[in-house]
Design a protein around this ligand. Structure first.
Ligand SMILES: CC(=O)N[C@@H](CCC[C@H](N)C(=O)O)C(=O)O
Length: 372
């Protein structure tokens, strides 16, 4: 596909962000685009709202996997783009429209020029949650075409377009979602002594949760507890019977993740006693860390610095999560950051990744995957 065709595709994808496992329009558009490529050595199979494309090599010694995620985020777009999301309240604010376009660009290259090794492209649903990687990894097509090694990228707002940032070993943190429901006793806003206010209990809990990272986690072992939403109550003059906190936990080590969860349990038990209420915790979905294989990352870094037009940066670990980590638990592989140079970060409604990164990434990965 030409650069212009890829840009058109990226803009179309940007307009149709969908929730995890509901990426049906996205799947349809991708399938239509893939069907326009030479099909002689391609096998295309859908899996839920995702897609597998197997590319048969000419003289394969191995199968190499390349994965992109597909889902959008529940956010109202605030960009200045002329092609904003047409799905009210949803946005590609984590670059998955860029990721998919790059994967299609790489695939179209190899559809037209049969590779030596087999390639397996994975268009994976639900990276933002509840996690499509694990079920896709266990699915029949993946097990049948199981790659020997795997690659994936994530856009990085803080690097300029044309940059690859990567490191061997730990790249992304362990994650766990966090949903806390508080139940007390509602009542008239003027009669607090007859009620048990869950807005007050939830507020105390939010404040106490802030002490976990500052007071309980070893400062040499980073962790994050973020409460992203707080809700409760029905009206300004009614005491709230229930409240709900929604958040996420991040930890560089599995040990710290366990410790953080233990502390959340103790603090909620304290709030239950102190405020005479009932609290339930749901840990949602959890992702393991992303751990890059040393030998493959070294080879990828060497290729990037010696044989590619990309600038190579050796980065540090990030507290972001990625269910690509599940693939790397089972197979060796590499995930890397791709610079897209925008002042607004991931999950910011104003993010506008630089589109020039698409062609550069496609060229980088097609050359890398074509190495003899
Ligand atoms: C790259 C990125 O932003 N990934 C997400 C993964 C979300 C995991 C899960 N739903 C959670 O919120 O814990 C991230 O927020 O890091």
């Amino acid at each position: 596909m030409t650069e212009e065709e890829l840009l058109t595709l990226r803009r179309q994808l940007h307009q149709i962000p969908e929730p995890g496992f509901e990426e049906w329009k996205t799947q349809e558009l991708l399938l239509e685009t893939i069907s326009g490529m030479p099909q002689d050595h391609l096998t295309v199979r859908t899996w839920r709202s995702g897609i597998f494309v197997y590319v048969e090599g000419t003289a394969p010694e191995k199968t190499i996997g390349y994965r992109t995620d597909m889902d959008g985020l529940p956010m109202q777009e605030q960009t200045t783009l002329s092609f904003p999301s047409s799905h009210e309240g949803y946005m590609h604010a984590c670059g998955h429209d860029m990721h998919m376009t790059i994967a299609v660009g790489i695939l179209s290259h190899f559809a037209a020029r049969q590779p030596k090794d087999n390639l397996l492209f994975l268009f994976q649903p639900a990276e933002e949650g509840p996690g499509g990687a694990l079920p896709m990894l266990r699915s029949q097509p993946f097990q049948e075409w199981k790659p020997d090694e795997m690659y994936a990228l994530h856009v990085a707002p803080e690097y300029k377009a044309g940059t690859v940032a990567v490191k061997p070993g730990l790249l992304f943190a362990n994650t766990s979602e966090l949903f806390i429901d508080l139940k007390g006793q509602g009542g008239h806003g003027a009669r607090p002594h007859t009620a048990n206010d869950m807005v007050v209990a939830a507020s105390h809990l939010v404040t106490q949760l802030q002490t976990i990272v500052s007071r309980n986690v070893n400062p040499m072992d980073a962790a994050v507890v973020t409460v992203g939403t707080i809700s409760g109550g029905a009206k300004q003059n009614i005491i709230a019977e229930t409240a709900r906190l929604e958040g996420t936990i991040r930890a560089l080590s599995a040990g710290s993740m366990k410790e953080v969860k233990k502390r959340i349990q103790s603090l909620t038990a304290g709030i239950e006693t102190g405020f005479d209420c009932e609290i339930s915790i749901d840990w949602g979905s959890a992702y393991c860390q992303v751990h890059n294989d040393k030998a493959l990352t070294d080879a990828f870094m060497q290729f990037t610095s010696e044989e590619s037009a990309m600038e190579l940066v050796e980065c540090g670990e990030a507290m972001t999560g990625e269910d690509f980590g599940y693939f790397l638990e089972e197979l060796p592989g590499v995930m890397f950051w791709l610079g897209v140079d925008t002042p607004h970060g991931l999950h910011d409604a104003r993010i506008e990744p630089k589109e020039e990164a698409i062609a550069r990434a496609v060229s980088h990965m097609t050359s890398f995957l074509s190495r003899k």
